[in-house]
Design a binder for this molecule. Sequence first.
Ligand code: SAH
Ligand code: SF4
Length: 373
Amino acid sequence: MSLINLYDLPPAELERTLGAIVSPPFRARQVEEWMHVRGVDSFDAMSNIPKETRAKLAEQFTLAQPEVLTRTVPASDGSQKYLFQLQDGQRIESVYMPMGDRTSICLSSQAGCAVGCTFCVTGFFGAGRNLTPAEMLGQFFVIQHEKQIPAEHMNVVFMGMGEPLLNFDNLIATLDVLYRSMSPRRITVSTSGIIPGIHDLAKLERRPNLAISINAPDRKRREEIMPITSKYPLEELMDALRAFPLEKGRDVTIEYVLLAGFNDSSADAVALAKLIRGIHAKVNAIPFNEDANLPKWMKRPSDREIDRFVDTLVRNGVRVTVRRSKGRDIAAACGQLRGKEIAKSRATRERAKASSPARTASESETEAASGRR
Ligand code: SAH
Ligand code: SF4
């Protein structure tokens, strides 16, 4: 019989479960704190909990976290990619990105992705399965422990493998635990534009920051690279963003992957500025990261083209940052992680390795300009 992972229980359910086994109530609260604030992976670590209570818990439950298979050597900017193995053998990746006094951890929400954007390596390898709360929290706690990062210096971004809003309930259970030690303002959920999920997020009392992968200035071109547009049309997506409640000082992030000759002209920048008018937004321009598995025509624009696109946005009153990839020694660009590939045959792996150009590492954002809309 496999044990229930206590990290899979949303806080209210955990409280009920612990209440039935652990007494008095303050002890149950201590167990919860060991988990949700300290992120321990065993009952033995709970030093102020009586041995018998720990043993009783261990009979029925586990606190297992994903196993680290590999960590890349830190890139020049200090970032590192973690490859985790899950209990069923699936593999997922997370990225640790130190950025001055703001450390970001990029988490995966699914093992694979069914959305199938044509510029994305995760999409290329196809659907996997939803990650459980224990698997999402586990990525976070393992890295936090290794790096000893104080919670107040941490940001979490759901920009790793998968579409978080297609794993909505587990995402919310995970967020509820993260909120125990960090403000919702420090957490960003990036989506390809799953409109019902955006509406559901909007209804929550505590909302993370929202990032939307727009990636094209019009419906036709968006559909070409993001087939999900035919299900969730761009116009309706923009309406959902306009309706999304934002507290003071918060923005929606518009992610825009720059593909040379496809969506990077000055006219495209003007069209993008128009598209997002009326939304309290900042644009995050992401120069395309090339990969041997992706269509050959997809290329990263030159720095000059990127600058021209960004300048045009700024002249049109848009705030924009550019996600510049720094190190070239690890392949860890958020959104193009490929854990699944590693589980494939050795031959495929070798082939990919032989033909894959050295790719970029972590992504640090350069403030390109400001100017409120
Ligand atoms: N599924 C979610 C979150 C993961 S993808 C989403 O699509 O938003 C995170 C980001 O990486 C997205 O903005 C996506 O557009 C971007 N991305 C994917 N593949 C990329 C590539 N090859 N080069 C640059 N950015 C890429
Ligand atoms: Fe999935 Fe996001 Fe990649 Fe699209 S960009 S395939 S939604 S992970």
